[in-house]
Design a protein around this ligand. Sequence first.
Ligand code: BES
Ligand code: MN
Ligand code: ZN
Length: 489
Amino acid sequence: MLELKSIDLKKVKTETLIIPVCEDRDIHDDRMISSLITRAKKLKEFKGDKGEEVIFYTPPEVKADRVIFMGLGKLKELNAESLRTVAGKAVKKCINMDLPEVLIASPSAKKIKMEMPLPLEAIIEGACLGNHLFDKYKDEKKHSSLKKISFLVKRDVAESSGKLLKSITTICEGTIFARDLINTPSNDKKPEQFTKIIADTAKKENLKVKIFDEKELKRKKFGAMLAVAAGSESKPRMIVLEYNPKDAKKTVALVGKGVTFDSGGINLKPTGSLEEMKSDMSGAAAVAATLIALAKLKPKTKVIGIIPVVENMPSGNASRPGDIVKSYSGKTVEILNTDAEGRLILIDAISYVVKKYKPETLIDIATLTGACVVALGEKIAGVFSSDDELAQSIISSGEKTYERCWHMPLPDDYKEDLKSDFADLKNIAGSRWGGSITAALFLSEFVGDTRWAHIDIAGPSYMKKGNAYCGVGGTGFGVRLFCDLLEKL
Ligand code: BES
Ligand code: MN
Ligand code: ZN
């Protein structure tokens, strides 16, 4: 449970009080807090430097069992991300100490030269996301999430920010839903199961849900997608989620890559590349979680989520390199590499949504290429769009949420490399250079005139090492980004 509180620390008993401390400036309004900080800073080991921590037990100034001071560093380095980080760290620390609740003192926006509600938003986000544990598969559970997280704010803020708290919590819960889906092992999220988890959750939020099973996919001629699914014992699915508010003027479509496991197929991946491939449905998770969050946030735009779900496996029925298939659009594709499967399922979903819903804007999100990770590293997503305004909106939402994105080029002449000798297109380029670009160009062949952007999240969708507000595994990248973006579109 999360709440905003405005209390007198001298009178009201608190178990654990967290005070973020700036090295070179007092950033709190509460005089009691300021005097505690002055005392903490008299200690040799604590200056308020980034990462520094010190604990006072039952200090006489306030009615708290313990006060934990956490350093933020210098004022000029302070930003929303450092606040998210400090809040996440505070929550993680309490979890590890088995303390069930915490009160975090929110700094004064004025004193840190940020505009409200940004700093409060950041602290709530960091705390809420940091309170997530994925221990479903551990028989021996070491710790549990905090039962209650409170934020100490001024009275007027406590009274006016209830809605803000609710919406941030909703978006963070979405992120956590996506993380849980990603962390779920592939043996427990085969396409049918994965689809059911999403559909059940979406129905609870009154989203319109449609599921196409294999029979329906065959009938509708989703040829590219079916070719990817062919090698697996588990049958493919396509999920369509609709958020349809009254009087909506615009439609945005989100398409998410849902490969529940990517073995590479006949072009089998080597050891070292297979271990994290349960996360190849991170795009799907982001789209599903966004729609579920939107159903609660109720923005004005109509949003359609399209999620093609398959497992990419080698077998006697699997597609072979050299196979030619007819995609939903009618264009034929020569599958020269069965490991370039993401683009095959995406083009069918994209063609379908363009034809059926004619959205103003179409954005797909996918763990599409290792090449994008080579280009931008593990923390930044690649954004591909010939619409600079749309790309810029995505990038600025990325800056706001710290789900960072970089605008990548879509050079027309590189398309040459995707021409097949035998079919309309081949699914890998002749050259291995610029692999994230040629993958995006491949998708661009299926969007028609629709305003479109593609987000490659192969890097930031998954973390080998956790950080202050995300554990090891799925990050839920995309949910906060989309929720911010859809408010603007
Ligand atoms: N799912 C992978 C991309 C990926 C790589 C995601 C690393 C996360 C981490 C995708 O399906 C794939 O295998 N792409 C190939 C494309 C190649 C065959 C043209 C790749 O990146 O090697
Ligand atoms: Mn692959
Ligand atoms: Zn893949």
